[in-house]
Design a protein around this ligand. Structure first.
Ligand code: NI
Length: 173
């Protein structure tokens, strides 16, 4: 069990583009996946991307079911994920992020996506998702590009929210 500290906004680690993983079966990648899962369940959260624990590599874990009453854990590990299609229907959803504590805002994203990724055995997959899973995956994959959900707010609101967060974090500007 290795729960790692969660990096919070406006730490520049969250803004870097992550490097793809060459060998998903490597020990350090297996360990990273375990640490991500342990940290996500401990938080608790439904998704966590590697930069959130300070590692700029393309890997995300999600479990959108486990907090439901009586539900078992349903851990998914997504390595080098790519969204290869999305629909044109945008729907607002109130999002939050473990790296931006106590902050919830509605943002609009496509309601259906198709993606390609690699698993911990090195096998590649393609599948479509909609609803909460589509929202959660888009949010997490944005982290791998250095993007945060608050970047999707309208400009004026975005400025206000970011200024408030930086002030709270003790940043001068
Ligand atoms: Ni997040």
């Amino acid at each position: 069990m290795a729960v790692r500290p969660i990096i919070t906004y406006p730490d520049p680690i969250l803004r870097r583009t992550c490097a793809p993983i060459d060998d998903p079966t490597a020990d350090d990648v297996q360990q990273l996946a375990r640490d991500l899962a342990d940290t996500m369940y401990d938080a608790p959260g439904v998704g966590l991307a590697a930069p959130q624990i300070g590692v700029n590599r393309c890997i995300v874990v999600t479990d959108t079911a486990w907090r439901d009453e009586g539900a078992a854990r349903d851990l998914h590990v997504w390595i080098n994920p790519e969204i290869i299609w999305h629909n044109d229907e945008l729907k607002p959803f109130e999002e939050g992020c473990l790296s931006i504590p106590d902050t919830f805002h509605e943002v609009s994203r496509p309601t259906a996506i198709k993606l390609r990724w690699i698993d911990l055995q090195g096998d590649s997959h393609e599948a479509g998702y909609e609803g909460l899973m589509a929202t959660a995956l888009q949010h997490e994959f944005d982290h791998l590009q250095g993007r945060l959900f608050i970047d999707l707010l309208k400009p004026m609101k975005q400025r206000l929210v970011k200024r408030r967060l930086k002030k709270r974090a003790g940043w001068k500007r």
